[in-house]
Design a protein around this ligand. Structure first.
Ligand code: AMP
Ligand code: ZN
Length: 116
């Protein structure tokens, strides 16, 4: 599985940088965002280093579907019975700051009807 030694999230996945992890399996790691924008703000991060949606290939279809199906399970575990928001920023124009694909999962207080 590819990883990038200079990538922040690869370092977190490798345990070289601490994180507040809430879930992990053979495909993904889920940890709390360092600067939460809502009461619950998690990052669903694939173990494989994929820079962004722009770099996705057909071989990643299973992984992406897996992460989509994981989102409501994690949300439920977090007590988000009333719903949640999921966001993927892509490229500098999309506000992406860490170039290792990840899905933001937000919920609880602090969320209105706006996009972010
Ligand atoms: P994005 O702008 O979509 O690339 O999101 C990157 C997210 O990573 C931001 O919401 C940051 O707050 C978050 N972040 C940055 N460094 C860390 C870290 N060391 N641990 C957890 N989250 C982080
Ligand atoms: Zn990475």
């Amino acid at each position: 599985m590819s990883s990038d030694p200079d990538c922040l999230f690869c370092k977190i996945i490798a345990g070289e940088i601490p994180s507040d992890q809430v879930y992990s399996d053979e495909q993904v790691v889920v940890f709390k965002d360092l600067h939460p924008k809502a009461a619950v703000h998690l990052l669903i991060v694939p173990r494989e280093h994929i820079k962004s949606l722009n770099e996705l290939e057909e071989q990643h279809d299973g992984l992406m579907a897996y992460m989509m199906r994981l989102l409501p399970k994690i949300a439920k575990d977090q007590g988000l019975d009333n719903g949640f928001r999921s966001v993927i920023n892509t490229g500098p124009g999309g506000g992406q700051e860490v170039f290792h694909l990840h899905i933001h999962l937000l919920g609880g207080t602090g969320l209105g009807s706006a996009f972010l």
